[in-house]
Design a protein. Structure first.
Length: 312
């Protein structure tokens, strides 16, 4: 008998095909009535395949009392109530490492686009202004500038490595100082004061909610840029919008937002912001690798082996 696995959203066709072959998928995303679906699945579902913001709270866990494992697609697990899972003896896994490079590439593109203004210069060309108004105004170089990495984990380190190749200097802040050659700052305010570009790469969740606030942005200053590839919750978004409108910081490069995909429309009018629709890991190769790690965790669990990337 194939194990019954509740899946919360459709995935890449290649991954979906493998899941369909190896597990009996109970598709929550196709349910006409959520409560009725969960009632039918309650006596059968041994696993939950969750994705990104579609995680699992205590209520969902209680609705699936046979649940043994939550195999999550994504590095961040802030959409899952980890305390509730631990209390109920439910294993939680995630998909780290396989997306580091693509997220780091995305971060570097945001830094490049903010300092060099490539999206704005392309629009300048497309509008016919090159011929009618002359050359696009001069922008700022990356080389010699300081990147402050707020959260020097695996992704943060991959970004730092790329930034160094562009000639940037690296500083960082973590809750715990690491053994690294990079300069350490004891708090986010100090880091922001000592850098030109503040790169937010912390996990999401209550511990980092609004870690980039007015005090941090004041320290970053009018020439500073903030780039966020972590979670929208890590920045005080109303404050960021005000600082961008008032030019109290130079700009922001953002791949994540509060309430995404329904982001605050005030962002759309800003000329000093580069906005991506949460595409940090969004390549065919990386998303397939993430999906396969999610599958491999399910395979290991149902084979009675240790899971590969246990969080709880």
């Amino acid at each position: 008998m194939k194990p019954d696995v509740v899946i919360v959203t459709p995935v890449l066709p290649r991954t979906q095909e493998i899941l369909e072959k190896e597990f009996n998928l109970l598709k929550l995303y196709e349910a006409a009535e959520r409560e009725a679906f969960l009632k039918q699945a309650a006596s059968r579902a041994r696993a939950l395949a969750s994705f990104g913001a579609w995680g699992a709270d205590a209520k969902l866990m209680d609705a699936l009392p046979k649940l043994e494992i939550i195999s999550h697609f994504g590095v961040g697990v802030d959409s899952i109530d980890l305390a509730a899972a631990k209390q109920r003896g439910i294993i939680v896994t995630n998909t780290p490492d396989v997306l580091n490079d693509c997220v780091a590439d995305t971060a570097m593109s945001l830094i490049l686009n903010m300092l060099r203004e490539f999206p704005q210069s392309e629009q300048y060309l497309r509008s016919g202004y090159w011929a009618s108004r002359g050359m696009y105004p001069l922008t700022r170089a990356l080389g010699g500038r300081t990147l402050g990495v707020l959260g020097l984990g695996r992704i943060g380190e991959a970004i730092a490595k790329r930034a160094e190749a562009f000639g940037m200097k690296i500083r960082y802040h973590n809750r715990t100082k690491k053994k690294t050659r990079y300069a350490y700052d004891p708090d986010p305010v100090s880091l922001a004061k000592n850098c030109d570009v503040l790169l937010v790469a912390t996990p999401g969740g209550s511990g980092t909610a609004k870690i980039v606030n007015a005090q941090v942005l004041d320290a970053l200053g009018a020439q500073g840029i903030v780039v966020n590839i972590s979670r929208g919750s890590t920045i005080d978004e109303p404050t960021l919008l005000r600082y961008l409108r008032e030019r109290r910081i130079a700009g922001a490069g953002l791949d994540v937002f509060e309430n995404e995909p329904n982001i605050n429309p005030e962002f759309f009018a800003l000329q000093n912001a580069v906005l991506y629709p949460h595409v940090g890991s969004a390549t065919q190769e990386t998303r397939f690798a993430m999906g396969m790690l999610q599958v491999d965790n399910l395979r290991a669990h149902f084979a009675g082996k240790p899971v590969l990337t246990r969080v709880v």
